[in-house]
Design a protein around this ligand. Structure first.
Ligand code: AMP
Length: 223
C-alpha cells in the first residue's frame, strides 16, 4: 500500500507514520528526516537545503524529488511505503504520479487547528539518533532529554522556534493545502481528526488503511 500523510507541521504525521510502519511493515519515508540527515552529514545537498529549512521555506523540488526517487525504488518499498512531508506542492504531486509505482493509493490528511499546532511544536523534541518524536506535555520521555527507544539525546529542531513555525504554517497553507483538493479529485483522499490522542488518531488511520487494503484485495481476487 502506498500511503501519503498530509497535514500541517505538528499535526502528528511523523508519529502516525511511525505507528503505521510498525503495524504494517511499510517503510516510513520522511523527506524532512532525509534532508536533516543530509544537513548533519554536510553533503552538498544538505548545504544547499540548510538555510531554506532554517527559514521554514521549501527546499527546491529537484533536490527533494531526487531523494524520493532514489528511496521509493529500493527493494523494501516493493509492497508499499508511507510518505511523510512529501509531496509539499502540486508540482511534487504531479512528479510523484508520473513515477512508475509512485501513484498513491491513500492520502490521509491529519486535520488540526492552528492553536493546537503551535502548542505542540514548541514542546516537540526529537531523538538525535532514531528520530523518534516526543512532546514535553503529551508524550514525555521517561528520562528528561533522553530517547526512550535508543537512549540518545533529544533536541529541539531549529525550525521549531515560534517565528519559523509561523512561516512554515504560512507555506503549508499556500503551497501544500491545495493537495487536499488534488487528492479529493483522484478519489484517494481521507481525513482524520488530529486533535485526538495519538492512539485514537491511529485507530482512525488503521480503519482507512484496512478498508483500502481489502478493496484492493477484492479487486485483485476478481481478476
Ligand atoms: P518536516 O520535517 O517535514 O517539517 O520538514 C522540515 C523542512 O524540510 C521543511 O520546512 C522544508 O524546508 C524541508 N522539506 C521537507 N520536505 C520537503 C518537500 N517535500 N519539499 C520541499 N521542502 C521540504
Amino acid at each position: 500500500m502506498r500511503v501519503i500523510l498530509l497535514g500541517p507541521p505538528g499535526s502528528g504525521k511523523g508519529t502516525q507514520g511511525g505507528l503505521v510502519e510498525h503495524a504494517y511493515g511499510f517503510p516510513l519515508i520522511s523527506t524532512g528526516n532525509l534532508l536533516r540527515d543530509a544537513v548533519k552529514a554536510r553533503t552538498e545537498l544538505g548545504l544547499k537545503a540548510e538555510s531554506l529549512m532554517n527559514r521554514g521555506e521549501l527546499v527546491n523540488d529537484e533536490i527533494v524529488l531526487e531523494l524520493v526517487r532514489e528511496r521509493i525504488f529500493r527493494e523494501d518499498c516493493r509492497r508499499g511505503y508511507i510518505l511523510n512531508g512529501f509531496p509539499r506542492n502540486l508540482a511534487q504531486a504531479d512528479s510523484l504520479e508520473a513515477m512508475n509505482g509512485g501513484r498513491p493509493e491513500v492520502a490521509i490528511e491529519i486535520d488540526i487547528d492552528t492553536d493546537k499546532l503551535m502548542q505542540r511544536l514548541v514542546r516537540r523534541r526529537m531523538c538525535s539518533k532514531c528520530e523518534l518524536i516526543f512532546n514535553l506535555e503529551e508524550r514525555k520521555p521517561s528520562r528528561d532529554g533522553i530517547c526512550d527507544a535508543c537512549g540518545s539525546t533529544l533536541f529541539q529542531r531549529d525550525d521549531d522556534k515560534p517565528e519559523v513555525i509561523l512561516e512554515r504554517l504560512r507555506v503549508y497553507r499556500e503551497k501544500t493545502e491545495p493537495l487536499v483538493a488534488y487528492y479529493q479529485g483522484k478519489n484517494v483522499y481521507h481525513r482524520v481528526d488530529g486533535s485526538l490522542a495519538a492512539d485514537a488518531v491511529f485507530e482512525a488511520v488503521r480503519k482507512i488503511i484496512d478498508g483500502e487494503m481489502s478493496k484492493i484485495e477484492g479487486a485483485r481476487s476478481q481478476g
